[in-house]
Design a protein around this ligand. Structure first.
Ligand SMILES: C[S@@+](CC[C@H](N)C(=O)[O-])C[C@H]1O[C@@H](n2cnc3c(N)ncnc32)[C@H](O)[C@@H]1O
Length: 259
């Protein structure tokens, strides 16, 4: 959005008679202002660098197929199979901090970030529970490679989270898409042990009452689903507990959602 608006402004200013250098300077200042509105460094770099990069590329007058080549690293980082779930988008640094008080895990508990990207979720899980064993699985080979290097404390595997067995994990963490949640919940119910947790940042499982909702800052919520005892699970299949549709309010609010 910023790149498109920036280029539209450059074109507009030029049509209004501004010198190229003046138009570029004015718009660069505006882009600089937009950049300060974001907290994450990677986002700032992307927003600022895109405008500058495209400006330089246009000046160089490169052939149009070079632009198509630029899509290759994107395809590698985000291969077709992963399109059904979420693209790479990192867990914010402090989003999982409420887990330390709200959902403490025993020492040595095995936790999995399913679709771990380059490891922001793994790092956040470790920060929230330094005593746990952190595992990650990621479909994109370059992201998994980078993740292994960034998170030497974790066991990171390159593979499909849907094909991987989730049994043996005390907690499976997801930051995917709303559409992935019913499938993830069905898999968790089939494979996780009673008492284990399915934890989702931002996206809830439709039609299922979470055991816990924790505020994850900046309007985000952590939805935590505890796997029931097998006998209880069979009963619940027919009559799922109704959802109390209540989001946590305020930075540190903690709301129990299950009645
Ligand atoms: C929103 S990102 C979350 C990254 C990481 N969990 C975090 O929170 O920082 C979703 C990640 O899931 C990966 N992904 C999508 N589908 C997948 C699949 N079927 N198996 C493994 N990883 C997958 C994507 O490549 C992407 O890196």
């Amino acid at each position: 959005m910023t790149w498109v608006v920036a280029w539209a402004l450059v074109v507009g200013l030029r049509r209004a008679g501004a010198e190229p250098a003046v138009a570029l300077l004015v718009v660069a200042a505006l882009v600089g202002f937009v950049v300060t509105r974001f907290e994450e460094r990677w986002r700032r770099v992307l927003i600022a660098a895109g405008f500058v990069f495209s400006g330089i590329a246009l000046e160089l007058d490169v052939p149009s197929w070079i632009w198509a080549l630029a899509a290759l690293p994107l395809l590698l980082a985000y291969p077709l199979r992963a399109w059904a779930d979420a693209p790479f988008f990192p867990t914010p640094r402090h989003a999982l901090q409420p887990l330390a008080a709200g959902l403490p895990l025993p020492a040595g508990a095995r936790v999995l970030d399913a679709g771990c990207g380059i490891g922001h979720g793994l790092q956040a899980l470790r920060r929230a529970g330094p005593q746990v064993q952190v595992h990650g699985i990621e479909w994109s080979a370059p992201l998994a490679w980078l993740c292994r290097r960034r998170c030497r404390f974790a066991q990171v595997q390159r593979g499909d989270m849907w094909a991987q067995a989730w049994g043996g994990f005390e907690l499976v963490y997801l930051f995917q898409r709303p559409e992935s949640m019913p499938r993830a919940y069905a898999k968790a119910r089939a494979e996780l042990a009673p008492g284990a947790w399915l934890l989702s940042l931002e996206f809830e499982v439709p039609g299922v009452a979470p055991e816990l909702c924790l505020s994850a800052g900046r309007e985000r919520t952590l939805w935590a689903y505890r796997m029931p005892e097998r006998a209880q699970a069979a009963l619940n299949v027919a009559a799922e507990v109704p959802i109390v549709r209540q989001r946590p309010r305020g930075r540190d609010a903690r709301v129990c959602c299950k009645s």
